[in-house]
Design a protein around this ligand. Structure first.
Ligand code: PLP
Length: 385
C-alpha cells in the first residue's frame, strides 16, 4: 500500500517515489531508454515508450505533482508552453471560444492572438476585476475560462475565485497558470480549479537549467490532455525529468526564502525616493493585498517596479547593479532582472503593452537565494545619483 503524507515539505521528498525503491536506489535513477519491453499492454497509450509519458521518471513526477497541489492527477510536458498549448488544444476544438484574463504571460497571449484563429478557435479577454462583465462575453461555444494566479509582470491578483464560480455556473473548465505562486503559495485544486498549469522551468525546477511544464488537476481532464500530448509529442526528456525531480525536492525551502527576501526588497524599493511604483502583492499598498493574504500562503519571489525617469533610468539602474543576472525567465536560485518590454512581452505590440499597463521602463525582478541584504545594498548603490 502506498504511503500518504500530510505536509507539503514531506510530500516533496517522499510522495510519488517508487515503492519499493528501484534496486534499492535512494534517488530514482534516470531511465534513459526510449522504450521498454512489451508486456502485453492493451492500449496504444499504455505502451511503454518515452513519447507516451509513462517512464518511471514521468510517473514519479506525475504522482508527486498531484500530491503537492492535493489534486487527482498530473502530467509533465516538454515546456510550460507545451503544457499550456496542449491543454488548450484539448479543451477547445474548432468553433469553440475561450475567456482569458486580459493580462497574461506574453507567450500565452501570443498563442491566443496569433495561433488560435488557424485552429478555428476564438477568445475574448476579460477584466479579472469585473466578474459582472464576463457574462456579456459568454457564448454558447465558450468552453473554458483561463486566468493566472499572479499576473506576469504586474503581479496583479485578479478575482480568481470568481473564475471558479463562473466556470461552475456556466459549465466551463476553469484553468489557472499557477507558475508565479508555485504549489507552496497556492494550490488551485483546493479552491475548485479544474486545471492548474505550470512552467516547471521556473520555481518547480528552480535551478534555471531545464525547460519543462506541468498540468495538474482533475483526473479525467489530465487523461484527455495526456492522450493529446502523446500525439502532439511535447513529452519531457527523462534527463530533464530527473533534474526537475531533483530540483523540486527543495521547492519549499527555496520559495519560502524567496517570499521573505522579495518582501524585504519590495519594502526597501517602495521607500526609496527614486522609485515611482512597486508591484508586489505582499505590500500593504498593493490594491489587492487583502485578497492576496486570503488566497496565498506567501506572496512569491516576483516583483516589478518603475523608477522615476522611466526607461532611461531603468536602463541605467540595470547596468549599475552587480548581483542580478540580466536575463529573462524567473524562479531560479539566482536573482534575475529584465525589462518585460524587451523580453517576455516583446511579442505584444507597444499599444497592447500600453493597454495592459506594461510600460517600457517597467523592471521585473525574480528574487533568488542570495542574501536579501546584499541585494538591497546592491540596489541602493545602483540607485544613487
Ligand atoms: N507561464 C508563465 C507565467 C511564464 O512566465 C512562462 C515563461 O516565462 C510560461 C508560462 C511558459 O513557460 P516555458 O518557457 O517553460 O515554456
Amino acid at each position: 500500500m502506498s504511503r500518504t503524507f500530510k505536509s507539503i515539505e514531506t510530500k516533496l521528498i517522499h510522495a510519488g517515489e517508487p515503492e519499493p525503491r528501484v534496486d534499492g536506489a535512494v534517488v530514482l535513477p534516470i531511465f534513459q531508454t526510449a522504450m521498454f519491453e512489451y508486456a502485453g499492454e492493451k492500449t496504444y497509450d499504455s505502451i511503454r515508450y518515452l513519447r507516451l509519458n509513462n517512464s518511471p521518471n514521468h510517473v514519479a513526477l506525475h504522482r508527486k505533482l498531484a500530491a503537492l497541489e492535493n489534486a487527482e492527477a498530473a502530467l509533465v510536458a516538454a515546456s510550460g508552453m507545451a503544457a499550456i498549448s496542449t491543454t488548450l488544444l484539448t479543451i477547445l476544438s474548432a468553433g469553440d471560444h475561450l475567456l482569458a484574463q486580459n493580462c497574461l504571460y506574453g507567450g500565452t497571449h501570443d498563442f491566443l492572438a496569433k495561433d488560435f484563429a488557424s485552429f478555428g478557435i476564438s477568445f475574448d479577454l476579460i477584466d479579472p476585476e469585473d466578474p459582472d462583465s464576463w457574462k456579456r462575453l459568454l457564448r454558447p461555444t465558450t468552453r473554458a475560462i483561463y486566468v493566472e494566479t499572479m499576473t506576469n509582470p504586474l503581479l496583479q491578483v485578479g478575482d480568481i475565485l470568481a473564475a471558479v464560480r463562473f466556470a461552475r455556473e456556466h459549465g466551463l473548465v476553469s484553468i489557472v497558470d499557477n507558475t508565479f505562486a508555485s504549489p507552496i503559495n497556492f494550490r488551485p485544486a483546493e479552491h475548485g480549479f479544474d486545471l492548474s498549469l505550470h512552467s516547471a522551468t521556473k520555481y518547480l525546477n528552480g535551478h534555471s537549467d531545464i525547460v519543462a511544464g506541468a498540468i495538474i488537476g482533475r483526473a479525467e481532464l489530465v487523461a484527455r490532455i495526456t492522450r493529446r500530448l502523446n500525439h502532439l509529442g511535447g513529452s519531457l526528456d527523462p534527463h530533464a525529468a530527473f533534474l526537475l525531480h531533483r530540483g523540486m525536492k527543495t521547492l519549499a525551502v527555496r520559495v519560502r526564502q524567496q517570499n521573505e527576501s522579495a518582501l524585504k526588497i519590495a519594502r526597501f524599493l517602495e521607500k526609496h525616493p527614486a522609485v515611482e511604483r512597486v508591484n508586489y502583492p505582499g505590500l500593504e499598498s498593493h490594491p489587492r493585498h487583502k485578497r492576496a493574504r486570503e488566497l496565498f500562503d506567501g506572496f512569491s519571489g516576483m516583483l516589478s517596479f518603475e523608477l522615476k525617469g522611466g526607461m532611461t533610468e531603468a536602463e541605467r539602474f540595470m547596468k549599475r547593479t552587480q548581483l542580478p543576472v540580466i536575463a529573462p525567465s524567473l524562479g531560479g536560485i539566482e536573482t534575475l532582472m529584465t525589462r518585460p518590454a524587451t523580453t517576455s512581452h516583446s511579442g505584444m505590440s507597444p499599444d497592447e503593452r500600453r493597454l495592459a499597463g506594461i510600460s517600457d521602463g517597467l523592471i521585473r525582478l525574480s528574487v533568488g537565494l542570495e542574501a536579501a541584504d546584499d541585494l538591497i545594498a546592491d540596489f541602493a548603490q545602483a540607485l544613487e545619483d
